[in-house]
Structures are given as structure tokens and as C-alpha cells.
Write a protein of this length. Structure first.
Length: 369
């Protein structure tokens, strides 16, 4: 944060923010809820205005909390109880209300409650894979990029029936035409953009970063060379007509056999989709509930190297606030690190739901893919 030559103040931020990018390793099915096996069309959650599929922030938060709990057990973090994994009173188990998980994700106990310090946005589609005559391409649009906070000087919009290939693209569409499912578009050569100069704002307190430097992932680098920009109004149509749709058969639970006429289809965000979401980390020291005597204690977690992170929740301590943010971030990112193995959403037993979060702190690209 630049303070423009003002006298140096103690860095005392109310919140910090991080943008996460994630790659779907499997199709991802987040049902609209209440679906019953045997009903046709298990639809997925969509953004009302654009009809674009998304993963709700509440889903990410709930799954992340559970996985953070698994990590806490693995790392032997003191004081974390099974009730902390749920965050609410259930089957006689109660969240402790004072561990890093309860503070990071919030909790509702019998006598006290606290809102979450980590606030999750919905995960939305950034780059969507479509099979074309020249192989898979990843489709996006100026509006989609803008909403994700990605910008160049200005990312141009192609003409109505056109698409733009960024400079340095690996794609060579025959006769400068490309089919996106049923839709045929022609290349718009009048507009230029270069993915190497795409930047995004992560934390509003910091300078914009170059997107290609943020994600140390070789698969992502290959995706980056196969991006196609389509007009904003066509993006939802292209996504919705290229979702993964599978047909399965419902099993009658009483007979253990297929129900008659019980074929059902379900939709999913396809493997290879790149999504983004934000997590806002609020500074625990600004929350009066934490100054309560019973909560006025030291929060503990361990970083990737097993080193202790300890933060006193008392605002009178002289600790740097960065400590509080690193503790919340470490807890959340430990949870997110398991998404690539354990998945998110429904149908995980059918090979659905694994997502790799691409820019976790301390992730190294060993170049050995
Ligand atoms: Zn707890």
C-alpha cells in the first residue's frame, strides 16, 4: 500500500482480499437443491441475470471448512473439536467458538455466535472449454473478464458474429472460422489484445498483477494459448449449450434395481473449466465479540512448513495485523488444497467434483508435469 509520503503509520487494515483461480479436474455438479433421483433434469445453480452456471460461495465455504478441519487434525492443531467442522450445534456436538476454524468460518453455538472472518464469493466461469473442429478452445468474453477484475487497457469486444484470437495464440482456425457447438463465428482481425498483458487486481490495497505470472501451472499456461474471445451476448449461449450432460439411471431403494422409466439426466460444469472466486479476509481484531474475555486468547494454526502461526485476538497487542491475515489465509488455503482430491458438490462417487485451486500460497511449479 503506498501512503504517498505521509508519515509512516502502523499498518492496520480492516480487511485483505485474495482472488483465487481454479481448474475443474472433473465435471462439477452443484445441484439446485431438493432434487430427487428419478426426476428428469437435475439442473445446476445459475446466476439469475446471465443464466451462467456457478458454484455458490456458501458451498465453497462449507466444503472448505470441513477440509480445514481435516487439515487441523492432520496438523494436530490444539483445541479443534468435531463440532468445529460443522460450526453449529448438531448431535450434541458444539463448535468451540475459539479455535482458528470457528473464528475463520464463523460459528453458532448454544450461547454465542460469530460471523465468519473469511467471506467467500460465488465461483464463476472465467474460461470455458468447448470442443471445436480444431480441438478444445477456452471461451471467454470482455464482460466475463471485466467482472473477474481482469483488464488490459481495454479488452475489445468482437463484432456480433465474430471472435477474437489474442496475439500469441496457438490456434489457427481454417478459413478464419470456428464452430462453437452449433454456432459458427468468423475471426475478427480488427481488434487486438494480448493475454501477456492481462492484469488483475487481487487485493485493492496492492498493485495489479500479471495474470500469467500468478498461476504457476503448466496446464493453465497451455489453456492461455487457446483462448477465444466471443461477444458478451453469445457467451451464456455457448456455455449453456456445451455443458456436460449425462444420463444415468435411478435405483429404486427398496428393490435395489433400476426404477422403471427412471432415466434421468444431469448437467455439470465440464472438466477443464477455469473458475474464479474472491475471499475477503476481515481482521478479527475489529470484531467486538473477539474482545470478550473468553475469546481473548491466542489463535493457532500451522503454515505449510509446519511452523506455528499464533495471533492474539486482543487489539491491544502490538502484533502486526499481517499475522491475523496469514492465519486466516493459511486455514482457508489448507481447506482449499483438498478440493483437488476430495472434490466439491454432488455425484462425487460418480467421478465428479474435483477442482484444483491454482494459486495457493507457497505452491511451486516444479515443471515436471
Ligand atoms: Zn472451534
Amino acid at each position: 500500500m503506498s501512503n504517498g509520503g505521509k508519515e509512516e503509520e502502523k499498518k492496520n487494515e480492516i480487511y485483505s482480499q485474495k482472488k483465487y483461480f481454479a481448474l475443474a479436474l472433473d465435471p462439477v455438479h452443484i445441484g439446485t437443491g431438493g432434487y430427487r433421483i428419478g426426476r428428469v433434469d437435475n439442473t445446476i445453480v445459475r446466476e439469475p441475470a446471465t443464466e451462467l452456471p456457478k458454484i455458490p460461495g456458501t458451498t465453497i465455504e462449507g466444503v472448505c471448512r470441513n477440509y480445514a478441519y481435516l487439515k487441523a487434525k492432520e496438523k494436530k492443531i490444539e483445541g479443534v473439536t468435531p463440532g468445529c467442522a460443522k460450526g453449529k450445534v448438531k448431535d450434541d456436538k458444539e463448535p468451540c467458538g475459539r479455535c482458528a476454524i470457528c473464528i475463520t468460518f464463523g460459528y453458532a453455538g448454544k450461547d454465542s455466535a460469530l460471523q465468519a472472518m473469511a467471506l467467500f464469493s460465488d465461483a464463476r466461469i472465467l474460461l470455458f472449454p468447448v470442443a471445436t473442429m480444431i480441438g478444445p478452445v477456452w471461451v471467454t468474453s470482455p464482460m466475463v473478464l471485466k467482472e473477474a477484475g481482469i483488464e488490459e487497457k481495454e479488452i475489445p469486444e468482437p463484432q456480433d458474429d465474430g471472435f477474437i484470437l489474442p496475439e500469441g495464440s496457438n490456434l489457427k482456425p481454417p478459413e478464419e472460422k470456428l464452430n462453437f457447438g452449433w454456432l459458427l463465428l468468423k475471426q475478427d482481425n480488427n481488434k487486438k489484445t494480448n493475454t501477456s498483458s492481462w492484469k488483475y487486481v487481487d487485493d485493492p490495497n496492492e498493485e495489479p498483477k500479471l495474470l500469467e505470472n500468478v498461476i504457476p501451472d503448466n496446464i493453465f499456461k497451455r489453456i492461455f494459448k487457446r483462448i477465444v474471445i466471443v461477444p458478451d451476448h453469445l457467451f451464456p449461449q455457448i456455455v449453456n449449450s456445451n455443458l456436460e450432460v449425462r444420463t444415468s439411471v435411478a435405483i429404486d431403494p427398496e428393490r435395489g434395481a433400476a426404477e422403471e422409466g427412471a432415466l434421468f439426466t444431469y448437467e455439470a460444469i465440464p472438466r477443464g473449466t477455469v473458475l474464479w472466486f474472491d475471499v475477503v479476509y476481515q481482521n478479527p481484531r475489529y470484531f467486538p465479540a473477539l474482545k470478550d474475555k473468553t475469546l481473548n486468547k491466542t489463535l493457532k494454526w500451522k503454515d505449510k512448513n509446519g511452523k506455528d502461526i499464533e495471533v492474539a485476538t486482543n487489539e491491544n497487542t502490538s502484533d502486526d495485523d499481517n499475522g491475523a491475515f496469514s492465519l486466516l489465509k493459511a486455514c482457508v488455503e489448507d481447506g482449499l488444497s483438498l478440493f483437488q482430491f476430495l472434490g466439491v458438490g454432488g455425484m462425487s462417487s460418480r467421478g465428479f467434483g474435483r477442482i484444483k485451486v491454482l494459486n495457493l500460497e507457497g505452491d511451486k511449479n516444479d515443471g515436471k508435469h
